[in-house]
Design a binder for this molecule. Structure first.
Ligand code: B1M
Length: 214
């Protein structure tokens, strides 16, 4: 088999084929890290296309599902081979807000880029974000908001993390349709991203995995 076919399967959003080819690569003794890198490259390409409006949310979601299917097969081998996730992100939709499609998309793209995700769900109280930062060993707390009425709670989460001295070791990121860079700066977030693929770039930048584009 050609390992690059895995990328094609991701692009086509072919869940069965992505899983089958990942298994075939493992059976053919292809290095686990190489398979993972190929998958991540594939998702990065999908993220770029999404950014350029060449593909849209349904395609990204189905590709992300194919990625999940491949990662599920790879997961036990990854832990055996000692490959560490590139970072760990606690993500949730802020208190008062039940929208989760964008948050899920961001989480999927993070997973696709090799991050470990603690998904806190929707309507997440400030204390749960703080508890996650304290006890789950995350590098980033990522907060999503879709409502102008729930945006303010993001400031409270960051304020709460600051009060507890957690911002010394945990970065914060915010996003969602009504959120802007100006708002992120105003509430003291370390990062803002407009969409799911930019969120991955921003997280990499915050963790020093990517040079700042400033
Ligand atoms: Co609601 N809703 N909704 N809704 N809803 C909006 C957001 C609204 C803009 C519709 C409108 O009026 N035009 C409006 C908000 C107005 C405002 O505050 N400015 C609105 C409203 C008012 C409401 C209710 C109050 C309606 C009511 O009950 N009267 C209510 C609130 C409930 C609550 O949350 N407490 C409500 C309810 C709902 C549903 C439950 C019916 C449903 C949500 C279902 C679900 O999520 N499981 C829903 C939906 C679907 C929408 C719209 C139509 C679509 C949102 C969506 O999923 N978009 C939305 C209108 C719209 O956006 N066109 C609307 C697709 C998604 C992929 O995009 O979430 O923006 P998005 O995520 C993007 C980026 O924003 C970014 O990346 C994602 C991918 O590129 N991003 C991040 C998101 N989080 C990020 C985090 C990051 C970085 C990037 O880092 C941490």
């Amino acid at each position: 088999m050609n390992i690059l076919d895995i990328k094609k399967a991701l692009n086509a959003g072919d869940i069965t084929e992505a899983a089958k080819l990942t298994q075939a690569a493992l059976d053919g003794s292809v290095d686990v890290k190489k398979i993972l890198d190929t998958l991540i490259e594939g998702m990065d390409e999908i993220g770029q296309k999404f950014k350029k409006n060449e593909i849209f949310i349904p395609e990204v979601m189905i590709s992300a599902k194919a990625m999940h299917a491949a990662l599920k097969i790879l997961e036990p081998h990854l832990s055996k081979s000692g490959i560490k996730p590139v970072g760990k992100v606690g993500i949730g939709t802020v208190k008062g807000d039940l929208h989760d499609i964008g948050k899920n998309l961001v989480a999927m793209m993070f997973r696709g880029a090799g991050f470990e995700i603690v998904d806190l769900g929707i309507d997440v109280p400030i204390e749960k974000f703080i508890d996650t930062a304290k006890h789950k060993d995350v590098n980033i707390i990522a907060i999503s908001s879709l409502l102008t009425t729930s945006m303010g709670a993001m400031k409270d989460v960051i304020g709460g993390l600051r009060k507890q001295g957690l911002l010394r070791r945990v970065k914060t990121m915010v996003g969602g349709a009504p959120v802007t860079q100006d708002f992120a700066t105003l509430i003291g977030a370390d990062g803002y991203a407009e969409d799911a693929s930019s969120a991955v770039d921003k997280a990499r930048e915050l963790l020093g995995l990517l040079k700042s584009k400033k």
